[in-house]
Design a protein. Structure first.
Length: 470
């Protein structure tokens, strides 16, 4: 990577523990809750809607969409805040806001209150996510970072994958409010231990000024584009209004690109994108994030609409796949320090494409879980375990220490936009009654194509030869 002027590096370390693992678990618990909450609500959504019977479906959709749009829009600005104002400070602020908003969600007496609480929850999640990864990176020596970041990514991937099954069980047992209350005990533990163990050392006199213009352009750009995607099938939005929203977003993003090239202290250093591996990893993240989201929701559509499983049954039925994420993430993380991430990214992408091909060809209208579904599920879990954590690790592998948070935030925001696109495509293809196996063929075709594109984009990725000196 081209040389970068080092700005006040922020080191977050354990004050009393030589081992970096306590720091890892403090950071990872918070990210686990964010990922869990993001997908758990998809299982709880029907129950939440039943709790507000006088509210329209369009208004209820904002319980999901407000979180998605705000989270995507805030990730990169939050990464900039963490890099310039302290990772521990921003992390603890994010955890506190996320927990307070989770409690407010569970106590919501009307949809307006619930949507407002979800917006606050999204801001808290965006603040803690990039700060969490930069904390993990700083806690580990360079030789162990690949494994640590892969495991960090696997924790988030596992939480996202088990969210619907856990959510459906919790909602069935004790009601939809507990989909939010579940965050409180583990989140409080992360907050308590983080305040005690994390120590921040930086030079206040060298703090950069906040790039308010860049932050505003980025929030408007990403937020408007995400809004135009998530509302693409909403009847209350006309094509003209969606086109205007998308246009405003694109103009704001172009303005942001121009601004960072002339601003004295930009939110995102443009030299971040001069590294070939970083650019290809982000493009691959967009493709894989879209494919992962499509596959994930297609599972539930198929199980409930074609095989007529209940939602808890469907949630349990997909569990074996996510259980493979952690072991394969640990394996790839251990070997990536010597081999680089490319073999796991390319190989995992190809395995993931095979899983899409399996689901395209094998399942039918008759329930045959062990022979027609489980093998494809194991293939998909293996592919996700190899690719998803490795993308997070490869994205930050070459970055200097002072760009950990914003660099990871760009990658996470890219994945979030891919997820938004995947949900929109899935709803477009499957959002109707009377689904059959044939209804899923176009979606699985997209799944295979995006997985192959992911593998192709990862061919130029090189994280093996150089050592990160940041």
């Amino acid at each position: 990577m081209t040389s970068t002027t080092i700005r006040s590096p922020v080191m977050v370390v354990s004050e009393t523990h030589a081992s970096p693992w306590p720091v890892f678990w403090i950071a990872s618990v918070a990210v686990f809750l964010v990922s869990l909450d993001t997908t758990m609500l998809f299982a709880a959504f029907r129950a939440v809607r039943a709790g507000f019977p006088d509210t329209s479906a369009a208004d209820m959709s904002w319980v999901l969409n407000a979180y998605t749009v705000v989270y995507a829009a805030m990730l990169i600005p939050a990464g900039g805040l963490a890099d310039t104002h302290g990772r521990k400070r921003v992390f603890l602020l994010g955890v506190t806001l996320f927990l307070a908003a989770s409690a407010a969600c569970g106590l919501a007496g009307n949809v307006g209150w619930l949507v407002a609480a979800r917006v606050a929850q999204a801001i808290g999640a965006a603040l803690l996510t990039p700060a969490s990864l930069s904390i993990v990176l700083n806690a580990f020596p360079h030789g162990k970072r690949a494994m640590a970041v892969s495991l960090w990514g696997a924790v988030g991937g596992l939480a996202a994958a088990i969210g619907p099954s856990l959510g459906s069980l919790v909602v069935d047992a004790v009601g939809w409010s507990w989909a939010f209350y579940l965050n409180l005990p583990l989140g409080a533990l992360s907050l308590w231990r983080g305040a005690a163990l994390l120590k921040e050392a930086k030079k206040p006199e060298s703090r950069r000024p906040m790039d308010g213009v860049g932050m505003g352009l980025l929030i408007v750009g990403v937020g408007a584009v995400a809004l135009s995607i998530v509302q693409s099938e909403a009847t209350r939005w006309s094509r003209t209004e969606l086109g205007v929203a998308a246009g405003v977003g694109v103009i704001a993003l172009i303005g942001f690109v121009i601004w960072v090239r002339v601003a004295p202290a930009p939110l995102v250093d443009p030299r971040l994108f001069k590294h070939r591996t970083y650019n290809f990893v982000n493009l691959a993240t967009l493709a894989f994030g879209t494919a992962f989201s499509m596959m994930f929701f297609a599972f539930f559509f198929y199980m409930t609409e074609v095989w007529h499983y209940t939602l808890p049954q469907a949630g349990l039925a997909i569990t074996p796949g996510p259980l493979l994420v952690i072991p394969f993430a640990v394996l790839s993380g251990r070997l990536a320090g010597r081999l680089g991430h490319r073999p796991f990214l390319v190989g995992g992408g190809l395995i993931y494409a095979c899983s899409g091909l399996w689901f395209m060809l094998m399942p039918g209208a008759q329930v045959a879980y062990l022979t027609h579904w489980l093998p494809g599920l194991l293939l998909s879990g293996t592919g996700v375990g190899l690719v998803l954590p490795s993308l997070s690790a490869a994205a930050v592998n070459r970055l200097p220490a002072d760009q950990y948070a914003v660099g990871s935030a760009v990658n996470q925001a890219t994945r979030q936009i891919g997820s938004v696109m995947g949900v929109a495509i899935t709803v477009l293809l499957l959002g109707r009654a009377g689904l059959t196996h044939a209804s899923f063929l176009p979606l699985y075709g997209c799944h295979v194509a995006l997985a192959l594109i992911t593998a192709l984009l990862c061919l130029p990725v090189n994280t093996k030869a150089q050592k990160n000196k940041g």
